[in-house]
Design a protein. Structure first.
Length: 240
């Protein structure tokens, strides 16, 4: 009696052949009756399968050799086609993933491969899903995992990044100097239009200098500041 019955779990389906002819639809889950010798049963797992795509040697569009691996997630949505349309859906999905990975990455430059990973993942997922669709397979996610760059290229990229940082630092410094020059120009215009402001600034500078611990301070005395005192003294001497 046990040879006539199979128990399938919730995530399993049975593709049944009777005298070699396909019985549609697939059986399961639960109890499945099978006639020995007459019926042949092939179980299919409907859970999501994780497929590790082995490392691939790729030449990018800008002629940089890289070594890339990926991971793909797919599941069987049509058990009948997964058994009838393809001999080994696991091997076939792995092979199409490898060839697609090499083809797609070869159409992108290295900078895109490093900075636009999400966009490339979407392209890979779309192409692989379309190719495996007739086999009853739905590819849900494809992720590029690691991108190995030759040591010489890594050093060149590090030098380039360092040069870029220095360039940005010089630009920021020059912009700061330009802004400071603009402020000094504006201040000079204000002082030229308002001489009293220059005198006040001079007096403020004297106050700041006087707070230093130095015992000797030498500073120029602008004639514009002391001229009123000289004129007053001259008038007083003439009146006497």
């Amino acid at each position: 009696m046990l040879g006539f019955v199979r128990v399938l779990r919730e995530y399993e389906r049975a593709v049944m052949f009777r005298f070699g002819r396909l019985l549609d639809p697939p059986r399961g889950p639960g109890l499945v009756w099978k006639i020995p010798i007459v019926d042949q049963l092939v179980k299919v797992d409907l859970r999501t399968i994780t497929l590790n795509v082995p490392p691939q040697e790729v030449i990018t569009k800008d002629n940089v050799p890289v070594r890339v691996n990926a991971v793909a997630y797919f599941k069987i949505v049509d058990p009948k086609n997964a058994i009838v349309q393809i001999e080994n859906y696991m091997s076939a999905t792995s092979q199409i993933s490898q060839t697609t990975l090499r083809s797609v990455l070869g159409q992108h430059v290295l900078d895109e491969l490093l900075s636009e990973r999400e966009k490339i993942n979407e392209i890979l997922q779309s192409i692989i899903d379309e190719a495996t669709g007739p086999w009853g397979i739905k590819v849900t996610i494809v992720e590029v995992k690691d991108v190995e760059i030759p040591t010489g290229m890594q050093k060149a990229m590090a030098r380039q990044a360092e040069a870029e940082r220095e360039r940005r630092a010089k630009i920021i410094s020059s912009e700061g100097e330009f802004q400071a020059a603009e402020k000094l120009k504006d201040a000079a215009i204000v002082l030229e239009e308002h001489p009293v402001a220059l005198q006040l600034r001079y007096l403020q500078t004297l106050i700041e200098v006087s707070g230093t611990p130095s015992t000797t301070i030498v500073f120029p005395a602008p004639i514009d500041i002391i001229r009123p005192f000289l004129e007053r003294a001259e008038k007083k001497s003439q009146s006497e």
